[in-house]
Design a protein. Structure first.
Length: 419
């Protein structure tokens, strides 16, 4: 098991990882809408198709609350959802060692931490990759992941991951366990051209489930944009391979005799799904980005809903198993590495544009019981190699500082409970 040392880093125990109870050895259990909600004339009736008429304000205009957009955060002690002070006393609270130092906790009890009053739990889910969880460097640490989990737990109760390299699966599940936050995860196993690496990725997920169990796991995603990245003449081969990989992973999962059956699916571009791929999945996760559609920000939210409905939801409804459709990624970039890439058609990268997307998408999506994962919580500097807007999709910068944004006030509908 991962444990906290007295120094500035988290380390792995010298003893081998051991299988334990459902939440890990030594721990106790921690106990959609077809009508477009983004339409200006939305009234819960028949679907309206003219997304160009959808308004920015939508249902939210009066409920966006001004927040602190700079300076020192107003902190509250975490106490079972209460804003009152923790019984541990503020004297024990300190910044987490070896991190960006934006979160304070009680190092003797990671479940006692200070919350940020600017953050609101408005997202169905977040798409997350831990900092430095990249091979061959593998610099992810439990301290940094714990800091992220504490921040993200104030925005959502669900995460989806992309891969399992660098022990990231174990790190995330351990951090959830230690902090006792209300969080479940769709684990991820990367799929590429190297079949050996693919098998290793899946084995790492299975190993984590053996150790931590499935209490905080909602499903497993095999691959991300594997079909999108395949050559045009290899799309069918890629789809068949993914279907086979999902099937074999289900067999491996069944052998674990977990107390619940975890769904197995895949994530890909919203335009990449076919009936064959959907028929082989328990769920499908579609990346739907209005930025790459070149949409002006005032049309982004409505376009996202309509594209998803007319492509991915439609595909799901065409197959007998009807896999649950999710939006795996949607969001808006705040900057570009070069001025010429700061626009794409009518889309403009910027913090004010992100604010508009926050004002017009999450709360309406929640009201419509949409299943979506916001992309993404944190900027990712390693994506600078791809240029353009790629490193700048976060709500926070890479140092975990909240950008100059405020969150609207709404809740994630209770109808999502089984999603």
């Amino acid at each position: 098991m991962y444990r906290h040392e007295s120094g500035s880093a988290w380390s792995l125990d010298e003893e081998p990882l051991k299988e334990g109870a459902a939440t890990g050895a030594g721990y106790q259990a921690v106990q959609r809408g077809r009508d477009n909600p983004f339409a200006a004339d939305y009234n819960g009736g028949a679907k309206k198709r003219n997304w160009k008429k959808w308004a920015i304000g939508g249902l939210l205009g009066a409920v966006v609350i001004g927040g602190v957009v700079g300076g020192i955060a107003a902190w509250k002690a975490h106490s079972g959802g209460s804003s009152s002070s923790s019984s541990s006393g503020s004297g024990k609270m300190q910044y987490i060692d070896g991190t960006a130092k934006v979160v304070k906790w009680n190092p003797s009890d990671p479940s006692q931490f200070e919350t940020d009053s600017r953050l609101k739990p408005i997202f169905y889910g977040l798409a997350y990759t831990p900092y430095n969880a990249l091979e061959p460097w593998c610099g992810a640490t439990l301290n940094n992941v714990t800091q992220d989990i504490i921040l993200m737990s104030q925005l959502t109760t669900r995460l989806r991951m992309y891969g399992s390299a660098c022990n990231q699966t174990q790190l995330v599940l351990q951090a959830i366990q230690d902090t006792k936050v209300n969080m479940t995860v769709w684990l991820g196993a990367y799929v590429g051209d190297n079949t050996t690496v693919n098998a290793q990725q899946q084995e790492l997920v299975l190993d984590a489930l053996k150790i931590y169990g499935a209490d905080h796991v909602s499903g497993v995603t095999i691959g991300n944009e594997y079909v999108l990245n395949a050559a045009v003449d290899q799309k069918t081969t890629a789809i068949n391979y993914l279907v086979q990989q999902m099937s074999s992973f289900r067999t491996a999962l069944a052998a674990l005799n977990l107390p619940k059956t975890l769904p197995v699916g895949t994530a890909d571009a919203g335009s990449a799904f076919t009936t064959t791929l959907a028929a082989g999945a328990d769920f499908i996760m579609a990346n739907v980005h209005p930025w790459f559609g070149g949409l002006p920000i005032d049309q982004a939210a409505g376009w996202t809903w309509e594209f998803f409905e007319e492509n991915d939801v439609a595909i799901s409804n065409q197959v007998s198993n009807k896999p649950t459709p999710y939006i795996a990624e949607t969001g808006w970039p705040t900057a570009s590495m070069t001025p010429e890439n700061a626009t794409l058609g009518g889309a403009v990268a910027g913090v004010s544009e992100l604010q508009t997307f926050l004002n017009t998408y999450p709360c309406q999506a929640n009201a419509n019981s949409s299943y979506y994962f916001y992309f993404e919580p944190f900027d990712e500097p390693w994506k600078e190699q791809f240029g353009g807007v790629e490193p700048y999709w976060g709500l926070f910068d890479s140092n975990r500082k909240l950008k100059d944004i405020t969150f609207p006030t709404c809740s994630v509908d209770s109808g999502h409970a089984s999603g």
